[in-house]
Design a protein around this ligand. Structure first.
Ligand SMILES: [Zn+2]
Ligand SMILES: [Zn+2]
Length: 348
């Protein structure tokens, strides 16, 4: 029996899920941003301008899909000034192409005059204020989730946030593990908050994005989505199901389990790390892929790991997880989502 962890059917579409244009503080018009990314082989761009939710369905065509979104910032009140200020940055993505307004808008969060130009009277009817607290931010996330949006928690490192800031967040769909603009600003993200949330039982997905505002932010991190076709509904369905991986270099071609063996096919790869919530289990360390034709192939005895989970952590083994981190050339990585042991009960 073969079980595909990235769907067998469909096509891979390269996406940048975090971008700023002249609608807020990016340097490109939405049309220019589309051209720049399309020329580089991207099929999907999420327009996540600060605060204002402005749909860009007019940019969608047969080869390009615009996802409608915006990025909310909830800043800490501090006397030390904005460079020391902790902040929650969250991308809210509309599940439906027809969504015209965001339920989490608040004009009170608009800090730069350039953003004001896009505020409409319709937007002003919503005033979803929040303060810098887990409770208040959770209320915003809930408001989004209940009104046709899903939410990504962005760049914790740049935001000067630590475990106490994010451990209570609920209802997140994704978390950034790599953000190019934060690398440019010498504040690169890590996978630590991602694993922290996974260990707390939250099923969040790892996102690599550009968060592009200016030229140096381009093309550092992306998401590759496997969807049936390039249309809004199919791509959102794939995103919500976790049918994608994120990367700063390596390409994942196939991922499946068959007869208790997990198989990963990639392009050029140095090694594959199996990251889990377990300390030092010998089977859950690095795998060194071998070349087979055009692919590099890594195989991992997943049934052995799951048997071990069950034998040593009953009850609760079902919540254990593993995820794959693929190491490419020059320090690049690709990240799969985390898989919980309970998803593989048929092997036990
Ligand atoms: Zn941000
Ligand atoms: Zn941003």
């Amino acid at each position: 029996m073969k079980r595909w962890l990235l769907p067998e059917k469909g096509n891979f579409y390269k996406a940048n899920l975090h971008l700023h244009t002249t609608v807020s503080d990016g340097i490109w018009s939405p049309e220019e941003a589309k051209r720049i990314y399309a020329e580089r082989g991207y099929s999907i761009l999420a327009f996540t301008d600060h605060e204002v939710f402005v749909p860009h369905n007019d940019l969608t065509d047969g080869n390009f899909l615009a996802l409608n979104a915006h990025e909310i910032a909830v800043n800490e009140a501090t006397a030390r000034g904005s460079r020391f200020q902790r902040t929650y940055h969250l991308n809210f993505y509309a599940k439906s192409r027809g969504t015209a307004l965001s339920p989490v808008f608040s004009e009170s969060r608009i800090v730069k005059p350039s953003f004001t130009a896009h505020v409409t009277d319709e937007m002003r009817k919503t005033d979803a204020r929040a303060n810098y607290s887990t409770e208040s931010v959770n209320a915003l996330i809930r408001l989004g989730n209940e009104n046709g949006f899903f939410v990504c928690y962005n760049h914790p490192v740049w935001s000067l946030q630590n475990y106490p800031d994010y451990c209570g967040l609920e209802g997140l769909w994704g978390i950034e593990v790599f953000n190019t603009s934060c690398v440019v600003e010498e504040m690169p993200d890590t996978t630590v908050p991602f694993d922290d949330l996974l260990r707390l039982g939250r099923d969040v997905f790892p996102i690599c994005s550009d968060d592009a505002h200016i030229e140096p932010d381009l093309f550092g991190g992306w998401t590759v989505i496997k969807a049936e076709k390039l249309d809004y509904d199919a791509v959102i369905e794939a995103l919500l199901a976790g049918n994608f991986y994120s990367s700063t270099g390596p390409e994942i071609r196939e991922l499946y389990v068959e007869d208790g063996i997990l198989t990963l096919k990639t392009d050029e790869t140095r090694r594959v790390r199996v990251v889990s919530d377990w300390r030092s289990y010998s089977a859950a360390r690095s795998i060194f892929p071998v070349r087979e034709g055009e692919d590099f192939v890594a195989r991992f005895p997943i049934r052995r790991l799951l048997d071990k989970y069950r034998a040593e952590t009953d009850p609760g083994w079902q919540d254990s997880y593993f995820r794959l981190e693929i190491e490419g050339q020059n320090g690049t990585h690709a990240y799969t989502r985390a898989f919980r042991a309970r998803e593989f009960s048929e092997f036990l």
